[in-house]
Design a protein around this ligand. Structure first.
Ligand SMILES: C[S@@+](CC[C@H](N)C(=O)[O-])C[C@H]1O[C@@H](n2cnc3c(N)ncnc32)[C@H](O)[C@@H]1O
Length: 246
């Protein structure tokens, strides 16, 4: 398992990017993700890949009961502990090690972390064991159209072409699941591609019913703030799923 957020060069660039007001997280990912969250009043919430703890803090402000955030990155957790309420418990636990958690939760959330896990089947099975019956899983991840391209020369090949104001993306290996090595902030970042078939069937195999599914888009207001996000409407960056455990 690669812990890229504890590599200094990557971490510095990531935090710089996130500290700007205009970024894809603030303008595109978070508004859709937060709109999917159920009422959290009195609910116990676990956030997987919690980063600097924004979602945990939000859950607490919505009146959630117990709020727990886990992440593999010590850098991210240090900022989370500095910036968030002491009522939130942050643990340095990998999403591959959910059996270390013995509590049960009403809601499990995860923003933009699941594309880092190799064994999605085990992750979803472990989450099902952590959820109370009727509990909800809400997650976002990179869209399968983004993760698909398998590029043996990732630092050299540009996967997009602009023609007359439209952006065309190269797609390959959509049905070849598994490891991808990409350039994102630095070379050599490891992610895992899964197609819709794998994502949806894994969820249903472990007893989840899909409540809502969204693919990211950019409306006029977003495009006004950052024109390059119009390309979002040629190919969505993110996939969002809310599912309930039967
Ligand atoms: C793109 S960041 C998102 C952070 C936060 N969820 C947010 O949306 O602001 C992905 C996070 O997932 C964490 N992560 C990646 N792989 C992980 C793993 N195997 N176990 C736990 N956390 C992981 C990273 O350290 C990082 O904090």
């Amino acid at each position: 398992m690669q812990n890229i957020y504890d590599v200094n060069e990557f971490f510095g660039k990531y935090i710089e990017h996130r500290s700007q007001d205009v970024n894809a997280n603030n303008l595109i990912e978070k508004p859709i993700f937060y709109s999917m969250l159920p009422d959290m009043l009195g609910k116990d919430v676990l956030d997987i890949g919690c980063g600097v703890g924004e979602l945990c803090q939000y859950a607490l402000s919505c009146g959630a009961g117990k709020v727990v955030g886990i992440d593999c990155s010590k850098n991210m957790l240090e900022l989370a502990r500095q910036n968030c309420s002491k009522d939130i418990s942050f643990y340095n636990i990998l999403m591959e090690q959910l059996s270390k958690i013995h509590d049960k939760f009403d809601i499990v959330t995860s923003e933009l972390a699941f594309h880092y896990v190799e064994d999605f089947d085990k992750l979803i099975s472990d989450i099902a064991s952590l959820l109370k019956s009727g509990g909800k899983l809400i997650f976002s991840q990179e869209h399968p159209l983004v993760t698909a391209f398998k590029n043996p020369n990732h630092e050299k090949i540009d996967t997009k072409i602009d023609i007359m104001g439209k952006r065309y993306y190269l797609v390959s290996d959509y049905n070849v699941l598994g490891k991808r090595v990409v350039k994102w902030n630095v070379n050599g970042v490891i992610k895992y591609h899964r197609n819709f078939t794998d994502i949806i069937n894994t969820l249903t195999r472990h007893g989840f019913v899909i409540d809502q599914l969204f693919e990211s888009y950019a409306d006029e207001e977003v495009i006004k703030k950052e024109p390059k996000y119009k390309y979002q409407n040629d190919r969505p960056y993110f996939l969002f799923i809310c599912a309930t455990l039967k």
